[in-house]
Design a protein around this ligand. Structure first.
Ligand SMILES: Nc1nc2c(c(=O)[nH]1)N[C@H]1C(S)=C(S)[C@@H](COP(=O)(O)OP(=O)(O)OC[C@H]3O[C@@H](n4cnc5c(=O)[nH]c(N)nc54)[C@H](O)[C@@H]3O)O[C@H]1N2
Ligand SMILES: Nc1nc2c(c(=O)[nH]1)N[C@H]1C(S)=C(S)[C@@H](COP(=O)(O)OP(=O)(O)OC[C@H]3O[C@@H](n4cnc5c(=O)[nH]c(N)nc54)[C@H](O)[C@@H]3O)O[C@H]1N2
Ligand code: SF4
Ligand SMILES: [Mo]
Length: 699
């Protein structure tokens, strides 16, 4: 029988960063995984995919040994080698790249497959010490962070636990917590049960969260700025604006009110596709509810105008003064609360600002030699990749695939599974999972710093990211105190530098970073230079492409508009049973998600003579994909939704949805415009595809 449950923290790239309790069998295997009650946000709940984590951790296809490529790139032919040989090969390739083209031709590339600060970010220490090309992270939070910080300053907000206690209206805006961070729903459910709170969801499709809403506003993607302006127009026009609050806490409320006079519900209806009545009714509901909580997601910022849209929506609770009230205000992210000094973890004392930054989302253009994306510098000829799967998740996938196929590019991938990216590698290294190493975690949805300890022995020869980086550093002649420290020592050093208690105190239940109600609600002023929320942001502080940004909240018409040739708009949001491409290896998740599917408005299906399960081709100038269709109620006729970043092998023609998505950098500072794509859509008869459609079903 299993012993007492052991405390752990979920490492995945999810706002919730749940406190877990795990069962360990007497044989040292993982049993069930539960949500812990020691973290009030987790509140005893975890998502289904992590509850069955044993399926992932003890998966028969886990990588257990280092491998060397033994066939053409991408052939999947590898032979087992020892760690010494593997690390030597990587180091030789990096030194060779450096000799030929200089250190900037090496590009360490990573993301948040694990969110642990030690295992995720230690790769930067190697980058900085060796003066390799620096990594400019844009794929996930860049657009949203920029838009939020433009108005509010730093990133934090009202704890979601207040929803259950106090909120009377919850607006979930461009966010799909039922799929992406289910814990929020516990707190919303409590508010509904205890005081009949209403739930409004703003989303282009009837997402799993929208299905549970009292009111679903199914706008056209990329039009949230227009909706926010019209809502504020009504708030000002009908006396819902809190002028006392506005004069105290914002920069130019009179300018804003004047600017919005020409941006009423009829104006926004033409842009958003909502009716003027729907917009007005929502504005009144929001205006008359003091305890109105706004949960702002990442989804609605994944458009070329996403930063402007985030800023526009973040203005709402300032206009009504909802921030003043318990259960009122907003949350986008708590990440700005955790002021961690990561000097040693990331080697920040070794940063050379003259070394070029390469944009994560532009890996396609970068690897295919786009001079501008390369910043005029040398080609990238060697990469180390940890915790990410760009062969699936990056935009402009055709160029990503072409780049990884380059014979003159050396790639080492450190992974838990043979992902599409690992398959392109010259050397593959097996990685530990979170229960097999120590790490420290912050969260975007809550305000508790947490530590998770090694609880299980790694299978086979798996090694942690930190260990691999330290071993490579030795071979590359990279010197920094961080390479000689253990994970545990790095955590203790981080805490000491950040003025936080030592690890033993944090391990026991986490450490609350949010001091009090007044801080959460910005009652002593916003965390901006002058303490005021900015309706008129200084966009030039964020990035080079600031000139196009709207001076005051507005609809920024920068999205990929429909044309007669491309009359549909594609939204490509997360799937509930996958986490990006993690869990696409587990049989239960695959069975639940079935296959890549385009959700279409039932009227659109009728018009095109399509039935459930028929095939369509979605395409644009970047390429096209073939997939099955299903009816999606509650979306606009021109909206097409494809959930999930399915690995390439699940696609009939062997390449996934991000083939259609652009890698041009959205203003002002870049980002991933995953939900901003104009496409054409053509019915395809199954016979025309031969037997390819049948063979692409999940293995
Ligand atoms: N199960 C599961 N959980 C996940 C992930 C996963 O893949 N699967 N991914 C994780 C990661 S990395 C992240 S960053 C978070 C993201 O979590 P969220 O903040 O929830 O963001 P998204 O899921 O990208 O998008 C949320 C919703 O925004 C909608 N949306 C798209 N375009 C627009 C628009 O223009 N306007 C509006 N109003 N809505 C729009 C989408 O249809 C989607 O339903 O989730 C994390 N959690
Ligand atoms: N179409 C579409 N594309 C998208 C998005 C979208 O909404 N739609 N969302 C975008 C967003 S927000 C994000 S964040 C990206 C995420 O894209 P990815 O970063 O690729 O996503 P993950 O699946 O979270 O993590 C990738 C890998 O990390 C590995 N990993 C986990 N832990 C460790 C570890 O400790 N060590 C090592 N070495 N490896 C580990 C996992 O096995 C997994 O294969 O995708 C982006 N792409
Ligand atoms: S909800 Fe998110 S943080 Fe919680 S267990 Fe699931 S993936 Fe992990
Ligand atoms: Mo993300």
């Amino acid at each position: 029988m299993p012993g007492d449950p052991l405390p752990a923290v979920c490492p995945h790239d999810c706002p919730s960063v749940c406190a877990l309790e795990i069962e360990r069998t007497p044989e040292g295997r993982l049993g069930r995984v539960h949500g812990s009650r020691r973290n009030p946000y987790t509140a005893g709940v975890v998502c289904a995919k992590v509850a069955r984590y044993a399926e992932r951790l003890h998966h028969p296809e886990r990588l257990l040994h280092p491998l060397r490529r033994d066939g053409p790139k991408g052939s999947g032919r590898f032979v087992r080698i020892g760690w010494e040989e593997a690390l030597d090969r990587v180091a030789e390739a990096f030194l060779e790249a450096e000799r030929r083209h200089g250190p900037e031709s090496v590009w360490p590339y990573y993301y948040a497959g694990t969110m642990g600060h030690v295992q995720r970010d230690g790769i930067n220490r190697l980058t900085h010490v060796k003066k390799y090309s620096r990594f400019y992270s844009t794929i996930c939070v860049r657009l949203a962070d920029t838009g939020w910080e433009a108005g509010c300053g730093r990133r934090w907000g009202v704890p979601p636990e207040e929803i259950g206690e106090h909120s009377e209206l919850i607006v979930v805006w461009g966010c799909n917590p039922v799929s992406t961070h289910v814990n929020l729903m516990t707190h919303i459910a409590r508010a509904r049960k205890e005081r009949g709170a209403r739930l409004v969801v703003v989303d282009p499709y009837r997402s799993p969260t929208a299905r549970r809403a009292d009111l679903h506003l199914a706008l056209a993607p990329g039009t949230d700025g227009a909706l926010a302006c019209a809502v504020m127009h009504v708030l000002f026009a009908e006396g819902y604006a809190d002028w006392d609050y506005l004069r105290r806490y914002s920069d130019c409320p009179e300018d804003l009110a004047a600017h919005l006079r020409s941006r009423g519900p009829a104006w926004a209806a033409a842009i958003t596709g909502l009716s003027a009545e729907e917009i007005t009714a929502f504005a009144r509901l929001y205006g008359r509810t003091r305890r109105a909580y706004l949960r702002l997601g990442y989804g609605f910022t994944r458009s070329r105008n996403g930063a402007a849209n985030m800023h526009a929506v973040s203005c709402l609770p300032v206009v009504t003064g909802a921030w003043r009230h318990p259960g009122g205000g907003a949350l986008y992210s708590m990440s700005g609360l955790y002021r961690l000094d990561k000097t040693v973890i990331e080697g920040l004392d070794a940063v050379d600002p003259t070394v070029r930054l390469l944009d994560q989302s532009r890996i396609g253009p970068i690897l295919t030699g786009d001079a501008e994306a390369l910043g005029g510098g040398p080609p990238v000829t060697a990469m180390l990749i940890q915790n990410t799967n760009p062969m699936c998740v990056a935009p402009e996938l055709a160029r990503v695939h072409a780049g990884f196929a380059r014979e003159d590019l050396f790639v080492c991938v450190h992974e838990q599974f043979m992902t599409d990216t690992a398959r392109m590698a010259d050397v593959v290294l097996p990685a530990t999972m979170f229960l097999e190493h120590d790490d420290i975690y912050t969260a975007s949805a809550h305000s508790r710093l947490q530590i998770s300890r090694k609880l299980l022995e790694p299978p086979g020869e798996c090694r942690s990211n930190h260990r691999v980086i330290a071993e490579l550093a030795k071979r590359l002649g990279a010197e920094h105190p961080g390479f000689a420290m253990s994970e545990r020592e790095l955590i203790e050093d981080l805490l000491a530098r950040s003025g936080l208690p030592d690890a033993s105190r944090i391990e026991d239940g986490g450490w609350e970073m949010l001091p009090d109600f007044a801080t959460a609600h910005h009652l002593r002023g916003f965390p901006t230079a002058d303490g005021r929320f900015r309706f008129r942001p200084d966009w030039s502080a964020f990035g080079p492409a600031h000139a196009v940004m709207p001076p005051l909240p507005d609809h920024l018409p920068l999205i990929e508009e429909v044309t007669p040739e491309r009359p549909f708009r594609l939204v490509a949001p997360p799937a509930r049973d996958f986490l990006n491409t993690s869990f696409t290896e587990t049989p239960t998740s695959l069975a639940k998600e079935k296959r890549p599917t385009a959700l279409l408005h039932p009227g659109t299906m009728r018009r095109l003579g399509l039935r459930e399960g028929d095939l369509v081709r979605l395409g644009n100038d970047r390429g096209s994909v073939l997939l099955h269709v299903a009816a999606g109620e509650g979306q606009r006729p021109e909206t097409v939704v494809v959930e999930g970043i399915w690995p390439n092998r699940h696609w009939i023609e062997g390449i996934g949805i991000n083939l259609l998505i652009g890698a041009d950098p959205p203003p002002p500072a870049g980002g991933g415009a995953f939900h901003d794509t104009a496409v054409r859509l053509e019915p395809v008869r199954a016979e025309a595809t031969g037997d390819r459609a049948a063979t692409a079903a999940p293995a």
